[in-house]
Design a protein around this ligand. Sequence first.
Ligand code: PMP
Length: 371
Amino acid sequence: MIYLDNAATTKMFEGAVGEYKKFACDLFYNPSAFYREGVEVSKFLNKARNSILNKLGASQGNIIFTSGATESNNLAIFGSKRNGNWNYVFSMGEHPSVYNVARELERLGNKVSFVRLQENGEVDYDQLENLVNEKTRLVSVMHVSNETGVVNDIKKVCEIVKGKSNSLIHVDGVQAFNKIVFSLDDFDVDFYTISAHKFHGPKGVSALYVKNKNDLKNIVFGGGQEENYRSGTENVGAIMAMAWASENINVKTNFEKTMRLKAIMENILSTDNKIQIVKSQSPYILSVSYEGVNGETLARALQDEGVLISTGSACSTKKAGNRILENMGFDKNRIVSSVRISFNAYMSEEEVKDAGKIILNCAKKLAQLKV
Ligand code: PMP
């Protein structure tokens, strides 16, 4: 089986599993406990915090551990919301864990506006500039699209937003952290979300970077863990495994390797002129369509051939249409034909070559059958 759905989730590193086990079986103590063992575990948690901050390239700021990027996104948005005449600005390209929060804010009576995407998949920076004003409380623009691999220019987003307002900026960096090279010190970002299971860590654990804690209020009430920003006993094993995975990834080396993998796939697929490819800067995600072939039919047929891909974000497969591709101006036919192929840095070029040939053959066969 060739697994090409790494944007949905990745296989955990063995070393990360070992780290999890260490904190599940040996150092299993509650980090909030007063006795020495508990204090020792809380010190490990703080080490993990510093390790994530360091890998983000942030020389200042805080890390709050949560149960996943969905929670981190909810925390950043609901936790920074304030009463009063504020408005909120979101990109139309966001993952449902941001987009549906935006819709909920709107339903609750807040002023919410959405920035369209350009044809190339990046947020429309001119429209963003028009929508932001001195009453904007929060702007949320993702770093790398989970659908297309398109990278937004976060530096530019920050310049535009901070140039016109005192608005806070949230960035969903789930498909960027430990995948593309960047440093938070180069951006004027207030909140940044990461998710461990996208970089070979465990599922159900995430970190939210918060530049200034005064900008945030807790949305979960309880025992006051994570300095009261996220009550609930920390998932210590998963947090330590996340930090282990992060520390053991060389982002630049992996980027270059994955770039070669993506190029191999693109070269094989583009030998057929019925293939349309979305150009994107992240080597980890490739969105393609084969004219006249339904994407879901193709993905299902490929499953029988031992190749696992997705018809789009795993979280939105059940929804009709595709908000992101629609926003980029794709016609209906192209949207229903779209599939997402996503790589990891640890697969071989041979595997990608084999998968490329299988995908192409399968699509050709289906095109002849007109399904
Ligand atoms: N944001 C993006 C861009 C994602 O790709 C995902 C995962 N599909 C999430 C948020 C949600 O992450 P989690 O599964 O950790 O809640």
